[in-house]
Design a binder for this molecule. Structure first.
Ligand code: ADE
Ligand code: ZN
Length: 335
C-alpha cells in the first residue's frame, strides 16, 4: 500500500498523456503536428518554463467537449489513486480553453463530473482551483472570474500560473480582492522562475494562503523566516524544477534544507505527463536523490493534508492524518 498523500499542485491540463492526446485528436478531428506518441514524447525536452508552456498550450487543441474534460480528469484520478493520493486540489486554466472557443461551462462541467464521482470511484476527495494566466491582462482575469460566477459552487480557490517573470502578483490585486469577496480561497505560483519579491507580493498584495513552488524563497533568509513563522505552505514540484531547468539535477534540490529550516513543504507533480512522473513517483525520486528517511516522507505526507483546503471536512482530514501516522512503510509495494 502506498503512503497516503494529498496532491496540492497539479494542473489538470498537464496530465494529458500522449496516448490520450492522440485519442482525443482522432475523436475531434484535430491534426497534431506530431506523427505519433513517440515523436510527441521526444518533444518533451524543455529549456525553461516558456518552452514547456508553448507545447502545453498547443496540445490543449485536442480538448473540446464535456466528455473530453471528464476523460482527462478521470484518467488522472485513476493514476493518482494507484500512487496513494487520497485528496487532490486540481488547477485548471479556463482562459486557455475560452481563447479557443471552448466555453468555461464545458470545461467545468466535464471536470466536475469526474470530480463528483472521484471519492466513490477512486477514493480521492477533490477541490477545484481556477487559475488566471498571468501573461494575460488583469481585465481578462476579471472577465474570467465573472464568467465563472454560475459555477462557484464547484470552485474552492483561485490561483495564478503561466509565464511568471515580468508578471508580478500585484498585477492581479483587483481580481484577487473580488475572488476573496466571493468567498474563494487564494493561492498563487510565485518564486518558480520569478524573484523572492514575488513571494512577498503574493502574500502581502494578494493575500494568498499557500505559495505554489516558492522555490526561490531560499535566496532571501528574511522571507524564509517569515514563511516559517507564518506557517505558509509551499507546494514544491521537484521533478518540474529539474525538467524546466530551475535546478540542474534532483540531487541539487533544496527540499531537505528547506524542511530542516522549518518550512512547511509539500511535494507535488505539477504537470506529470510532461515531467516524468506522478506524485508517488516524485516521492520515490526525492527519497532516492536526497536520501530522505521514512520520517521525512511521513512529514511530507502529513504536511500535504495539513496544508489542504479540507477545513470544511475536518473529520476527513483527521482520518487521513491518522492513516499517515499509522502507515507502515513495510507495506509499500516493491518497485
Ligand atoms: N502551468 C502549468 N504548469 C505550470 C508551471 N510549472 N508554472 C507556471 N504555470 C504553469
Ligand atoms: Zn504549476
Amino acid at each position: 500500500m502506498p503512503l497516503p498523500k494529498a496532491e496540492l499542485h497539479l494542473h489538470i491540463e498537464g496530465t494529458l498523456e500522449p496516448e490520450l492526446a492522440f485519442t482525443l485528436a482522432a475523436r475531434n478531428g484535430v491534426e497534431l503536428p506530431f506523427k505519433d506518441t513517440e515523436e510527441l514524447r521526444r518533444a518533451y525536452l524543455f529549456e525553461d518554463l516558456q518552452s514547456f508552456l508553448d507545447l502545453y498550450y498547443g496540445l490543449m487543441a485536442v480538448l473540446h467537449t464535456v466528455r473530453d474534460f471528464h476523460d482527462l480528469a478521470d484518467a488522472y484520478l485513476a493514476r493518482a489513486a494507484e500512487q496513494g493520493v487520497r485528496h487532490a486540489e486540481i488547477f485548471f486554466d479556463p482562459q486557455a480553453h475560452t481563447a479557443r472557443g471552448v466555453p468555461i461551462g464545458t470545461v467545468i462541467e466535464g471536470l466536475g463530473r469526474a470530480l463528483d464521482a472521484s471519492e466513490e470511484r477512486h477514493g480521492i476527495s477533490t477541490r477545484l482551483i481556477m487559475c488566471f494566466l498571468r501573461d494575460e491582462s488583469a481585465e481578462s482575469a476579471l472577465a474570467t472570474l465573472e464568467s465563472a460566477k454560475p459555477y462557484l459552487n464547484r470552485i474552492t480557490a483561485v490561483g495564478l500560473d503561466s509565464a511568471e517573470v515580468g508578471h508580478p502578483p500585484s498585477k492581479f490585486r483587483e481580481v484577487y480582492e473580488a475572488a476573496g469577496a466571493l468567498g474563494l480561497r487564494k493561492v498563487a505560483h510565485a518564486g518558480e522562475e520569478g524573484p523572492p519579491s514575488y513571494i512577498h507580493e503574493a502574500l502581502d498584495v494578494l493575500g494568498v494562503e499557500r505559495i505554489d513552488h516558492g522555490l526561490r524563497c531560499v535566496e532571501d533568509q528574511e522571507l524564509v523566516a517569515r514563511l516559517v513563522r507564518e506557517r505558509v505552505p509551499l507546494t514544491l514540484c521537484p521533478l518540474s524544477n529539474v525538467r524546466l531547468r530551475a535546478i540542474d539535477t534532483l540531487e541539487d534540490h533544496p527540499l531537505r534544507e528547506m524542511m530542516d529550516a522549518g518550512l512547511l513543504c509539500t511535494v507535488n507533480s505539477d504537470d506529470p505527463a510532461y515531467f516524468g512522473g506522478y506524485v508517488g513517483d516524485t516521492f520515490h525520486a526525492v527519497r532516492e536523490a536526497l536520501g530522505l528517511d521514512e520520517e521525512r516522507l511521513r512529514e511530507l505526507a502529513r504536511n500535504s493534508f495539513e496544508a489542504s483546503f479540507l477545513d470544511d471536512d475536518e473529520e476527513r482530514r483527521a482520518g487521513l492524518l491518522a492513516e499517515v501516522a499509522a502507515y507502515d512503510f513495510a507495506t509499500e509495494l516493491p518497485e
